[in-house]
Design a protein around this ligand. Structure first.
Ligand code: AQP
Length: 331
């Protein structure tokens, strides 16, 4: 079986962007591939987190994973920091990555540009893609389902893998990004020129998977549109285009069909429809996730089992890496 790995970092609560761009697409891989789905808490701490909130979110994400249809009896669901091989492999790969390629990463450039002046930038943020390369390579993942925003990082993982393979000897599978057609990128509701992000300061810019229906209606109602007043699918109307993309990703329909069904109708009606589509999609997920969150011991059981399975796979590759670079066998 081919291997799939993907992750979400608990740097905020899970957004509709994460759900449509990532989780929803992961579900279909479970029968065909051996899947590892991770909660990347070590990636989250590249930016300062409130410790109590971080712990809470990790459990929430696990609950959302399961509630969305990830099956822990088929796939390995685990927390990154529970598998020390990620950190260990990351160091070895850091020594095989170079400053130049890391400086070219657009996510790093965007994130640092967004930080307020005089905020110090952690070396972890710079090294983020190397840790991600470790996440991918220690499972010998063939496919990494991600949104388009993460494609560059997967390509870097591939470059690092190729370099390591040719400097030492064949060690890693070369991973490929798998980008969903429909939901490649969900945009910010307040500024549709940038992607929807869970760590945004403005709560109106995103829909959270656990947002109650009235909050979803309010946020969609406030979503920025334009003065054209006609539902069209065009780059000139990025706000409306984004809402159409959301519908298409959820309902699996084509933009033209959505446009046709709103001919002669205004934005108010259109937005009400968008909100109902989102609510209908998220309600069952919320119900199941909230149920799971009432029994923390079951979630602990699931992530403990996941950590064991993931460690088993990852440690095998890590040992190879250690040996090839010349470290003594572990004692
Ligand atoms: N807006 C989006 N549309 C589609 N897919 C998205 N993803 C993130 N935002 C969107 C996909 O979700 C997966 C997990 O992402 P992540 O949490 O590891 O990192 P991120 O891409 O940096 O996510 P955020 O929400 O923007 O977090 P912050 O604000 O903390 O940086 C990835 O597959 C990503 O493509």
């Amino acid at each position: 079986k081919k291997i799939v790995l993907s992750a979400i970092k608990p740097s905020g609560e899970i957004t509709l962007g994460n759900y449509l761009g990532a989780i929803k697409n992961w579900i279909g891989f479970q029968d065909e591939y051996e899947c590892f789905y991770c909660i990347a808490d070590l990636h989250a701490i590249t930016v300062r987190q409130e410790p109590r909130l971080l712990r809470k979110r990790v459990l929430e994400i696990l609950a959302i994973y399961i509630a969305s249809g990830l099956d822990y009896t088929k796939s390995t669901l685990f927390v990154q920091s529970h598998v020390p091989a990620h950190s260990e492999a990351s160091w070895i790969l850091t020594c095989n990555a170079n400053m130049g390629e890391l400086s070219r990463m657009t996510q790093y450039k965007d994130k640092t540009a967004k930080l307020k002046e005089n905020t110090s930038i952690s070396a972890g943020l710079f090294n983020y893609p190397v840790l991600m390369a470790a996440d991918i390579l220690i499972y010998n993942a063939d496919f990494v389902p991600v949104g388009i925003d993460q494609k560059q990082h997967v390509e870097l993982a591939r470059d690092i893998a190729q370099r390591f393979n040719s400097s030492y000897s064949d060690t890693f599978t070369l991973p490929e990004a798998k980008i969903p057609e429909n939901a490649a990128k969900i945009m910010d509701l307040q500024d549709p020129s940038k992607k929807m992000s869970k760590s945004d300061d403005n709560q109106n810019s995103y829909i959270l998977v656990l947002d109650p229906p009235d909050v979803i209606r309010r946020k969609i109602g406030r979503a920025v549109t334009d003065s054209v007043g006609v539902v069209n699918y065009t780059d000139e109307q990025p706000g409306v285009k984004n809402l159409i993309n959301i519908i298409c990703a959820i309902k699996n329909v084509k933009p033209d069909e959505v446009v046709a069904s709103f001919e002669g109708k205004g934005y108010k009606e259109f937005k009400e429809y968008v909100a109902e589509v989102i609510i209908e999609e998220l309600e069952p997920v919320q119900k199941k996730a909230n149920e799971l969150l009432t029994d923390k011991s079951k979630l602990e059981e699931i992530y403990t089992e996941g950590a064991m399975k993931a460690s088993y796979a990852a440690t095998k590759v890590l040992r190879k890496m250690q040996k090839k670079v010349g470290l003594l066998p572990p004692v």
